[in-house]
Design a protein around this ligand. Structure first.
Ligand code: ADP
Ligand code: MG
Length: 339
């Protein structure tokens, strides 16, 4: 008898989930990205106990037919790419077709969805990766996904979670960052029955920043508008007096993806250089566009990093963009901006 066997689907999904779903905030990120890809203009998130016991994302996006909803929860099933060539110029945030299958394999999962032109929606229930039910369901147009008891069947994973407060803060962080990168989408976050984020989605970045960080910050931030050699950068930087003790107020968006990137972070730090006290981090939002062919987005299962063909021009552009934004208003004696 052969020693080697091909793993069953439930086991494969559970293993893959280890890469995609690190913690409740990774679930929220994947679900929000799906909602954005579905063209939602309004997204509501509700969580309890830092997301560990309950998470729900409701959107007013395209919704799915029953046939598509059944496919959506399968691994490597995606409507977003057909071949690997599509990755070189991709408009959607998702493309791996892994998130829903992974999330459903490590939780009690339900997907409720309806297309606007359908009378009735569909609900699919999955328990720890095992399909339990698919039924017609009365629902608003759009999609709602509920995730209960994350990692209930992978106790080792569950043990690695931080306190509910910390996990909740990570969710708050990713919802805020996705709101900043999509100012035309309304977001609401309800955390343990308390509304903790409401952004209007009116397309005005300043309103989004104020809604997230408080109305007073608008006095202390400057806009960025920079372009050089095919790289454009928009966003805001704060005066070096508006600080946090961590990078919680720093958001980097590359070609519409919220990512983290060491070179870009270093360029920000270099631009502020001597202006900052030790351990102080300014508010920075950088929305960077680079030619799609110059960046590989498929380098990380959680899509939280990208790989630039050459990161030097990006580093240089970020450095100059931040420096320019910091210097210009000060030179002109403007403390505020009207935009
Ligand atoms: P990916 O986003 O990489 O395609 P997912 O597992 O996240 O993979 O989702 C699988 C598919 O399910 C998507 O390609 C999309 O067609 C569909 N889908 C997921 N979430 C939504 C949603 N909120 N609204 C409409 N369709 C969705
Ligand atoms: Mg997805």
């Amino acid at each position: 008898m052969a020693l080697i066997h091909v793993l069953d689907e439930v086991t494969i999904n559970k293993i893959a989930a280890g890469e995609v779903v690190e913690r409740p905030a990774s679930v929220i990120k994947e679900l929000l990205e799906n909602s954005l890809d579905a063209g939602a203009t309004s997204i509501e998130v509700e969580i309890a106990d830092g997301g560990t016991s309950y998470m729900r994302v409701t959107d007013n996006g395209s919704g799915m037919t029953e046939e598509d909803a059944r496919l959506a929860v399968l691994r490597h099933a995606t409507s977003k790419i057909k071949s690997v060539d599509d990755l070189f110029d991709i408009a959607s945030l998702g493309f791996r077709g892994e998130a829903l299958a992974s999330i459903a394999s490590v939780s009690h999962f339900s997907l409720t969805t309806r297309k606007v032109d359908q009378e009735l929606g569909t609900q699919i229930l999955i328990d720890g990766g095992k399909f339990t039910d698919c039924l017609p369901f009365g629902a608003q147009p759009g999609t709602t996904i509920e995730v209960r008891d994350l990692f209930f069947n992978t106790p080792a994973r569950r043990k690695f979670l931080k306190t509910e407060r910390t996990e909740g803060a990570k969710i708050q962080d990713i919802v805020g960052k996705l709101a900043l990168s999509n100012p035309h989408v309304a977001f609401k976050l309800i955390n343990n029955d308390t509304v903790s984020i409401v952004v209007p989605g009116n397309g005005n970045l300043m309103d989004t920043v104020s809604a997230l960080y408080g109305y007073k910050v608008s006095d202390d931030i400057f806009p960025i508008a920079y372009e050089s050699e095919g790289i454009t950068i928009h966003g805001v930087v704060s005066k070096p007096t508006l600080l946090k003790s961590s990078r919680i107020w720093q958001t980097i968006v590359v070609n519409n993806r919220v990512i983290s990137d060491k070179a870009i972070t270093k360029a920000i730090d270099n631009a502020y250089h001597a202006l900052l006290p030790k351990g102080g981090y300014p508010l920075v939002l950088l929305t960077i566009s680079v030619p799609p062919a110059s960046v590989d987005i498929n380098v990380h299962p959680r899509k939280s990093e990208v790989k630039f063909e050459d990161d030097k021009p990006v580093f240089k552009a970020v450095y100059h963009a931040v420096l320019q934004a910091l210097q210009n208003p000060l030179q002109q004696g403007q403390g505020q901006n009207s935009w």
